[in-house]
Design a protein around this ligand. Sequence first.
Ligand code: GLN
Length: 380
Amino acid sequence: MQFQSKLPSIGTTVFTVMSALATKTKAINLGQGFPDFPMNESLIELVNKAMQDGYNQYPPMEGWVPLREAIAEKIEDLYQRAVHPKTEITVTPGGTYAIYTALSTLLHAGDEAIVFEPAYDSYIPGIKVNGGVPVVIPLEYPSYRIDWKKVRAAITEKTKLIMLNTPHNPSGAVLSHDDIAELRNLVRDTNIFIVSDEVYEHIILDSLPHLSMLRYPDLFERSFVCFSLGKVYNCTGWKMGYCVAPEWMMKEYRKIHQFNAFSCNTPVQVAMASFLREKSQYLSLPDFMQKKRDYFQELMSQTRFQPLETHGSYFQIYSYKEINQDPDFEFAKQLVAIHGVAAIPVSAFYQSGKDDKVLRFCFAKKKETLEAAVTKLVKV
Ligand code: GLN
């Protein structure tokens, strides 16, 4: 028996591949993006308490209401947008699911989706599985900025959506006020929707503002905006996120969500509902992560790797052009096998496999982990 693959050219995600290699070789894992420092104890206690208090059955399909209310308050505080917790927010099992569901909601066979490369590796498969056609626009190297002329030139009658990501994975680039102005001009009087991946909303460095789609009424009216609670509370394995969209769009989104995950982990939602009100937890994140990025970059200055700018996310990209000219996948494999450090080859974020000889390192790690990794990297 056989059936036709829906994703014939896709293998296993690079994050899984590199993490498996790191585990096998006992390497230090600066590849897959997850913190290795402990998460907040009181949030763990709140989840335990919720379980003991009997919050163990299905929550509402759209999400635990007090959690959605807390999210709405946060959005109003941070982005000055009043969203309705009952109709405009859906809690999802993680950010990737939130994005996938948005793509699934919007795309019909043959619809074009504009996506910038390097692209987080779930976007293009998510577009294709849902019958869409990815229209890929390269970001400028090494700034990873959007060339809006190229975007304008790529728009056709079939353009259904633009996929955005700020702060950007893997480059750490963030959208500027000029980018937002270009975007607003571009979509005005069109039927183009936006799927915005904002999972690193708080991991934004150098005192830059996070320019969420939620801030702009003309952009929000056409957007699915996707967030991750795992990134905010250092518990990526809890797989908890949410999507925000105007009511009529969210109605369609829920039609799909209800037959997929249906709902998310109840005790985690109950705990998050109260924890989200402790604003200092997320307001302190930019500073906390900035210290990590600065420390990592300072340590890395002892190596032959050359840093590229990063303004957000868990990541910083380094060029290894000074070290050798091997393809980045090859070089990343050598780095794990010979030197004991895992990183992500950035060509994995390009359909074409474009290779600028750069690797992505995750700096959301304990001081000791960063130090131990760099002790190895100085020998490269
Ligand atoms: N978002 C994480 C990263 O970029 C990976 C999550 C995953 O492995 N799917 O490393």
